[in-house]
Every structure is written in C-alpha cells, then in structure tokens.
Design a protein around this ligand. Structure first.
Ligand code: PA5
Length: 451
C-alpha cells in the first residue's frame, strides 16, 4: 500500500550529499538486520516494529467499544500520564480531532498545583472519564494526579459510577496501578512488555484516548503498518526513514548540535513534542546526540527567525510539510486596496503558507542551515500513522548508528532519586539528609537579590 510521505534532501547539500548517504549502506544494512533479528542493543523493546500486531483484533475491538461507551456516558476524558504515556495521544488528537469532538484534557504531565486546580474547576459538574496510563504504574506525577482526580470523581459521581468511568492502561501484572485497578475492578488495557513509553503511541496507551476523540484508530494503525512494510527495505535510497536517519547522523558527526523540527501547520505542534521525546530520550546519552528542538512557523519566524538565519551555526532543520491544505480560506479582494494586499486577492492561505515554507527553506539553506523536508501528502489518520512509524523506525536506526541503545533511558532516573529523597520517600532516608545539607549550603555562589 502507498505510504503518503516523502523526504526531500536537496538542501542538505553540500554538507551531506546522496553519495555520502549511500556510502553508509553497509552500516545501515548491518544495523537493520540486527534490529529485525532482535540482536541489537535493547532488543527486548522492539515490539513496536509490527504496529498491527501490538494489539490483537479482539483487543482493538474492545478498545474501540470502550472509547465509544465513554463517549456516550461522558462529556470529556482526562488522560493522566506523562512522557511516552501521553505525548503520542496528544499529538494525534491535536492533529486530527474535529472541532466538535469531545474534549480530551490532560493531567499528571506536570506537578503544578495551579494547573491541576484549574483542571478540577473546569471539571466541576461535568460527567467525565479518566484514563490513567503508566507502564511502570509507579511514576510520581501521574500517580499523584490520579489520586487527586480519582477522589474528585468518586465524590462527585459516586464510587460505582467512578469505577465504570476509570480505565487503567498499565503493565499486565506488575506495578501499583495494576494492583489498584484489580482491587477496584477498573477496566484495563495492557502496555506490552516489549514496547517502551515513547514507542507506545500505536498501543492501547495512545489508541484509547485517540479513539475517544473520534479518530479512526484502525486507519492510524493501517498507515503505520503500511510504513512498517515499506521500511523493511534496507536500501537508503528506497527508504526515506533510513535516509533521514543517516543524514542527521552524518551532520551530527560534522559538528552540528541541534535538530529543529519545523512545521507551518499548527496542528502538528504536539507531534513535534512527541518527536522531541522520541529522539531526546533515545539518543541523548553517553554525552552524545543531536538536541531535538522544534519551531512553529510562521509564528516563530518572528521570534526565532533571526537566530535561525544568522545566529551560531549549530543547527540542522527538518521541515514537516503537509501538501494538501484547506482550499476554502482565501484572501478577499478589496476595491480600495488600502493595505496593499490585492496582489494576494483570490489566493488561498494554503498557497501563501506553502510559499512561506519554500522561502524559509531556501533562506535557511542560504544562511548555512542544512535542511530537509518531510512531506505528508495529507493530514489524516492513515498518513499520521505512517508518520509515527517513520520517526520510530528512523530513531531506532539513528540510535544504532550513533552507537547507543535507543530503547533505554537511564538518565531519567537522576532527578527522580533527588526528588524522592527531598520528599522523604521511605527508603531514601540517607540521601534525604545528604541532599538537604547540600541544598542548605549556598556554596560559592549565594543568591543575588535586589537591595
Ligand atoms: O518513554 C518513556 O519510557 C518515558 O517517557 C515514560 O513513558 C514516562 O516516564 C512515563 O512512564 P510510565 O508510563 O511508566 O509512567
């Protein structure tokens, strides 16, 4: 089946040429085979490779039925999760949900009291459902938010109704969330052992909230599966995901430090957040990796644009374009032409936005930012599924080419240890004393205050 996306690498040259990418073929084939044979680093976390096999057909039917039931019973859904347990769903919902779709709200992706206070206020008097998502079942942010929201729902709707409106997505057997769900009798979905958080959007983690928002999850999975089949091709010139992975790797090795994912479509802004986590957590280790950043154009051309054009040359850029656009929004003609815009009269915003992209890509190339463009033929569930998979597959290969295990995230634990110690979690007593002493000591740089 046709995969509706393509990569244009023209503006990567002269820093990276097609011949240079092709010269990496032996290395690519080596890691491609290891990835598919399950013999590369982190091979236990490659269950995402076959997106249409993550859920059985029966589980997908149950998931869609649950989403439909929650839509009938509730006005909105609160997704409680963080990182890979929420970003994929949010990316898809922001990209594809119709304006009249039932709202999906988010909790547990920060620890802000005011954020959660406002959320609770907005839920007052509304019938709502909760989908708490945590693979480990023990992550502090969603666990805290879930406790608060569960009690709120139980006291507003009653314990029995709350039980019917709470769905837990977690490990099959272990973790505090699994125990709680079993004890309370919540409906549950499983995060497979072999799928890590940031690769889980096409599992129940992403699909249940996405289905609640009225998006065709079967089409999303079908798009991913079509891309998966196409991505079995190891030849870089016939596999844009691998071409992209090799090109960014070559640029990293030439000293570039940041990859900017830029889009002219605001509906893709959360997709960029998902992409940042995917590449940031997969590659940012052993003091290596491109720092993933994003820009929303044309908005950010009026804030970051100056730096991108003339600031320190450490950036590469990947444009994420959508070829097909809304045709109906057109600049009207005006007899007086007081604003001088009649040269655009009759032009669609889609055309104007496309020219803005073409102008920006060229200007950035001329300013010394090597850039490439990934174009989606259209923005629908099938194409978005293909795009999710494109980046997952590219990320796996890119991590292997870089020389890291793309499927672990040991660095994420560092702040957690400190936070648990400061909050006095049982088992962290020794660190608590040491850390409190360290924080009490201003050291060589005391706080600077206005007199
Ligand atoms: O990609 C990852 O593994 C992480 O971002 C996790 O998804 C995130 O830390 C949340 O973890 P959990 O689902 O265990 O609550």
């Amino acid at each position: 089946m046709h995969v509706p996306l393509a990569l244009n690498p023209e503006y990567l040259a002269p820093e990276v040429t097609p011949a240079e990418v092709a010269a990496e073929q032996a290395n690519v084939t080596f890691w491609h085979e290891k990835l598919h044979a399950g013999t590369g680093p982190g091979a236990d976390f490659t269950g995402w490779l076959e997106p249409d096999q993550i859920l059985t057909p029966a589980e997908l039917d149950r998931l869609i039925a649950t989403a439909d039931r929650l839509r009938r019973e509730c006005e909105c859904l609160v997704v409680v999760g963080i990182g890979g347990s929420y970003l994929g769903a949010r990316a898809a919902i922001e990209a594809l949900a119709e304006p009249d779709a039932p709202p999906v709200l988010y909790a547990g992706q920060n620890l802000s009291a005011s954020y959660h206070q406002r959320l609770l206020q907005s839920l007052a008097g509304r019938p709502y459902a909760l989908n708490v998502i945590s693979k480990s079942g023990t992550t502090t942010e969603p666990a805290v938010a879930f406790r608060i929201l569960r009690q709120h729902l139980e006291s507003s709707a009653g314990k029995e109704i709350a039980r019917q409106r709470i769905v837990a997505t977690t490990d099959q057997q272990k973790g505090a969330l699994r125990s709680l769900a079993t004890q309370e009798g919540y409906e549950t979905f499983v995060v497979p052992d072999d799928v890590g958080g940031r690769f889980s959007v096409l599992s129940a983690v992403g699909l249940l909230p996405i289905a609640f928002a009225g998006i065709d999850v079967r089409a999303l999975v079908a798009g991913a599966a079509a891309c998966a089949r196409a991505c079995r091709e190891p030849q870089v010139e016939r596999n844009p995901a691998y071409y992209y992975a090799v090109a960014r790797n070559r640029l990293y090795r030439k000293g570039y430090a940041v990859e900017l994912l830029s889009s002219f479509e605001p509906r893709l802004q959360l997709l960029a957040e998902w992409w940042k986590q995917l590449f940031g957590e997969s590659e940012g280790k052993q003091q290596m990796g491109l720092f993933p950043a994003s820009a929303a154009f044309t908005t950010d051309l009026h804030s970051l644009g100056q730096y991108l054009q003339q600031g320190r040359r450490l950036l590469i850029e990947t444009f994420l374009q959508v070829a097909e656009g809304e045709p109906a929004v057109v600049v009207p003609a005006e007899a007086e032409n007081a604003d001088g815009l009649n040269f655009l009269a009759g032009q669609g915003l889609t055309t104007i936005n496309r020219e803005a992209y073409r102008a920006t890509a060229l200007a950035h190339r001329e300013g010394g930012v090597p850039n490439q463009t990934l174009t989606l033929e259209r923005l629908d569930a099938f194409a978005l599924g293909a795009l999710f998979y494109f980046f997952e597959k590219a990320c796996a290969l890119s991590g292997y080419l870089l020389g890291v295990n793309p499927f672990d995230q040991p660095g994420v634990e560092a702040y957690k240890g400190h936070m648990f110690a400061l909050l006095g979690k049982p088992g962290f007593e020794e660190q608590t004393t040491a850390l409190r002493a360290r924080l009490a000591d201003a050291g060589p740089a005391p706080e600077v205050r206005f007199p």
